[in-house]
Design a protein around this ligand. Structure first.
Ligand SMILES: Cc1cc2nc3c(=O)[nH]c(=O)nc-3n(C[C@H](O)[C@H](O)[C@H](O)COP(=O)(O)O)c2cc1C
Length: 354
């Protein structure tokens, strides 16, 4: 078992740090999803019980340019804590300086390093998942960031490897633990898989067994049965939920109720689904820096459509949302839909009680 060679200050900071794992807690994280898990969406998830959240990733070089727009991407509210800010990049000294600036400006509960992004543009820059092919560099980046922010825990998020022939999650995890990474999220897919195919939970379980730091498992967690089984069988200390939360922040309420009480929290009715969707649209309008300028409702449409997953008459609704131009039209649509279907129980968008 590798030693946890964290910086000396970690002992002091431990009193406050990583409190979300204390007392055997099993936190549910909202996965960072660029373009979707903005400050407004995170507020919805927090209200429904997400324990820990992470901003979408920002390139370290952009933080160094000090552009207002980039700082807005990693903005969060006090109510959203514990919050991590996720950074990525290829150069240890640039990553270190970006981390210093993040710490000085935002005092996040942790700084997370992204080693999972599969985008060719990012991998060409030797950042994101491409670092799984260069573990010495992956380690140097983490070490530089850990040294740069001794008062802030540094965490990392990896995939299990580049492709099925190069599964390096255990080696990467041990290397990251050695240099002082405090929590590791493992997304159980390879870079080549992107976001499709099954996550390999046997590799995640092996990582959890081979390192001493908490491992958070990620990849296709969708049902209470998944959550209970993964907690029991894999040794992970928490789970991260991505796409199952899009349009359905209630996933956190339902899964945490199942974890803590072994019972089902009622799924939200139609009325609540619409009220939340409309509040979300209004809150986004109040924050014009989130998303592009121009017609904000157009940009919101795909995000709003997520909220219609498994609603009765869902396909017609999604067609109707394609022509929504204002919040008041959204309200009219909600009124027509509720009067057609009432406020009876609505299915969760996936088989949450499977
Ligand atoms: C649209 C989208 C954007 C994403 N952006 C990020 C990101 O900024 N940082 C990151 O670490 N992972 C990002 N991911 C990956 C997710 O955090 C998560 O690892 C992945 O979706 C697998 O979890 P799931 O199967 O529960 O969705 C993104 C995923 C999606 C679908």
């Amino acid at each position: 078992m590798p030693s946890i060679s964290n910086s000396p200050s970690n002992e002091r900071e431990d009193a406050a740090a990583l409190s979300w794992f204390r007392g055997g807690a099993f936190p549910l994280y909202l996965a960072p999803m660029a373009g979707y898990t903005d400050l407004v969406f995170r507020s919805l998830c927090k209200a429904e019980g997400a324990d820990v959240m992470v901003t979408e990733f920002v390139l370290a070089d952009h933080l160094l340019r000090d552009e207002a727009r980039i700082w807005e991407t990693v903005d969060f509210t006090e109510a959203q804590r514990p919050m991590g800010v996720q950074i990525f990049g290829a150069e240890p000294h640039v990553m270190a300086e970006a981390a210093r600036r993040v710490e000085a400006r935002l005092s996040p509960d942790f700084i997370d390093i992204n080693y999972g992004c599969p985008s060719p543009r990012i991998c060409r820059q030797h950042a994101g998942a491409s670092l799984l092919q260069d573990l010495p560099r992956l380690g140097r980046i983490a070490a530089a960031v850990v040294r740069a922010v001794p008062a802030t825990p540094v965490t990392a998020k990896i995939r299990i490897g580049w492709d099925e022939r190069s599964i390096v999650a255990v080696e990467a995890a041990r290397c990251l633990e050695e240099v002082g990474i405090r929590v590791l999220t493992v997304h159980g897919r390879t870079k080549v898989q992107g976001y499709s195919g099954d996550a390999d939970w046997s590799v995640i379980a092996e990582v959890a067994e081979r390192v001493g730091i908490p491992v958070v498992g990620n990849g296709n967690v969708r049902s209470s049965a998944d959550v209970l089984r993964l907690r029991r069988d894999t040794g992970v200390r928490g789970l991260m939920i991505g796409r199952a939360a899009l349009g359905y922040p209630w996933v956190f309420r339902e899964l945490s109720e199942q974890l803590s009480a072994g019972s089902h929290a009622g799924a939200p009715g139609l009325q609540e689904r619409w009220e939340t969707m409309i509040a979300y649209a209004e809150a986004l309008l109040e924050r014009p820096h989130i998303g592009p300028q121009g017609n904000r409702l157009h940009w919101m449409r795909p995000r709003l459509k997520f909220f219609t997953k498994r609603l009765p008459g869902g396909r017609r609704l999604r067609e109707a949302i394609e022509s929504v131009e204002t919040v008041s039209q959204l309200r009219d649509l909600a009124a027509r839909h509720c009067s057609e279907y009432g406020d009876g129980p609505v299915l969760a968008p996936f088989d949450i009680w499977r």
